[in-house]
Design a protein. Sequence first.
Length: 284
Amino acid sequence: MKTVYQHELLNSFYLWFDNFLVRKGEAYKTYSTDFYYYADERVQNKTVFGSPYKQWVYDKNISSAQVNPVISGDSGAISEGTSGLKFDFDNGRVLFDSDFATGTNISGTYTVKDFNIYIANETEETMITAGKYKTNSRYGRTLTYVPPYDQATPAAFLSLGATTNEPFAFGGYDNTITDVTAVVFAENIYQLDGALSIMADSSEEVFGNIPFTGSPLDEYGDVKSAYSTGYDYGNVASEASGDQYIINKVNVSKISDSSNKVIPVDLFVGFVDFEIYKYRFPRS
């Protein structure tokens, strides 16, 4: 199937949401930790060392973030590309060539988001009651790697809701109205209130339409080579300024105390409901 309107909206919204929450809320922290070797069948041509945290910051638009992780081995600093070194920002790890010594002592400094950001593939009810998410606490440190690929909290899960085309002007020009929801899982009420407050203030913000080809990460989770000087959401958004979405309305809420009893893990849950406008010719 070809890429359609909803695909581009969700991709564009994901990139905007990630940048807005991290930048506006300064929702990140820099760590210096050891890394831990483990085998990964999905990348058998690589030697993998994982950090204790998922979803490192790679967006240069985030001031003070260590978007170029500093990695060291037994003989000192290791530059990106040396021994095949690549970063997997999503899974919080580094990848080396397959012949790299697994017993090497690897450490590094990198910046981690306060909230992991995901595209939801389940209903809100299932996400809340299933209790299947790993906890990747930002308030403590485990002396091992965080498993790759599993979704981990604290996190925000984004999903599209109803879409309606309303006539706006002659010639088939419509206002496409789409509901987007973020389900936020936090470790404590302070963290949850902070995220909800930041997103509540996003009403009347605009964000650019960024196609799938503009997604910043490659198949390994590293920044694509197309961004030769690094990925900067501000620059990407400026290039898309002629084709924008409008956040018309934002509502935030928290799960009630009675409903909180059905959550099988110790998390605080809130919702951010966005109403997105896009003026377009949907039938052209």
